[in-house]
Ligand binder design. Structure first.
Ligand code: ADP
Ligand code: ADP
Length: 230
């Protein structure tokens, strides 16, 4: 079952009287429960494509259908609503609120979703347990290691039960052992039935995915299924 369909999307930026084609023409279909790595050299369009897939940006041409909704032409408010409902983001820099405990960071998306406090906390504890951090729920980000911070961020991404998890270089700020642990967590999240898309420039991180899409100059250069040893 299709969750993402991107048809011949382009994204152009005008800088002065120059036109930069961040994406020339990209077509891509991603099914529910796929595990996809998006690769490519710097400037190939990865961030631009992730921003569009995450409903942070819209293409200048083409069609984007997310979970049966046409999102290419929506207003910023409509995009924000879809984003809150459908997308769980994980960033290289964690992006946690420093004054909030792990629990409150994880529960925050549920505030926007209008859930009442006791239900929010119950759900947040449930996901913190899933990422192995329930015993740290009262800690603030600066009282946690890098790997633990990223676990909090992963829990926050999952808390709303989004349709897709988008991770942009999720291990970019972690040492190799911690990266491995975070990737094991993504593997588990995928095995639990989630759709996972991650941007990485590291081949061994990309090997965790079942499919690798490589961009080059704003075009899909290759799109291959991996025969991964389980
Ligand atoms: P990647 O993530 O693969 O490094 P990007 O999507 O960030 O690639 O960038 C693709 C191209 O589009 C680059 O040439 C970049 O300079 C350009 N670009 C990206 N975002 C903008 C922007 N907001 N304004 C102007 N040019 C941009
Ligand atoms: P990444 O490490 O993810 O490839 P980039 O440095 O390519 O990051 O881009 C970081 C952010 O800045 C992205 O959201 C991208 O759209 C934006 N960006 C990239 N190039 C430009 C540019 N030339 N002008 C304005 N914004 C840009």
């Amino acid at each position: 079952e299709k969750i993402i369909e991107v048809r011949e999307i382009a994204r152009e930026y005008s800088i002065g009287n120059q036109l930069v084609k961040a994406l020339q023409s990209v077509s891509l279909t991603i099914d529910k429960n796929e595990y996809v790595a998006l690769m490519g050299p710097s400037g190939s369009g990865k961030s631009t494509l992730m921003n569009i897939l995450g409903c942070l940006d819209t293409p200048t041409r083409g069609e984007y259908i997310l979970n049966k909704q046409r999102v290419s032409q929506l207003s910023d408010d409509e995009l924000a609503e879809i984003r809150n409902k459908e997308i769980g983001f994980v960033f290289q820099t964690f992006n946690l609120l420093p004054r909030y405990s792990a629990l409150d960071n994880v529960a925050l998306p549920l505030v926007y979703a209008g859930m009442k406090r006791s239900d929010r906390n119950e759900r947040a504890k449930e996901v913190l347990e899933l990422v192995g951090l329930k015993d740290r729920m009262d800690h603030k980000p600066n009282e946690l290691s890098g790997g633990q911070r990223q676990r909090v961020a992963v829990a926050r991404a999952l808390v709303n039960k989004p349709s897709i998890i988008l991770a942009d270089e999720p291990t970019g700020n972690l040492d190799s052992k911690t990266s491995y642990e975070i990737m094991a967590l993504f593997d588990e999240i995928h095995q639990n039935g989630n759709t996972v898309i991650l941007v990485t420039h590291e081949e061994d991180i990309a090997q965790h995915a079942k499919r690798i899409v490589r961009l080059m100059d704003g075009l899909v250069e290759s799109d291959t299924q991996q025969n991964r040893k389980e």
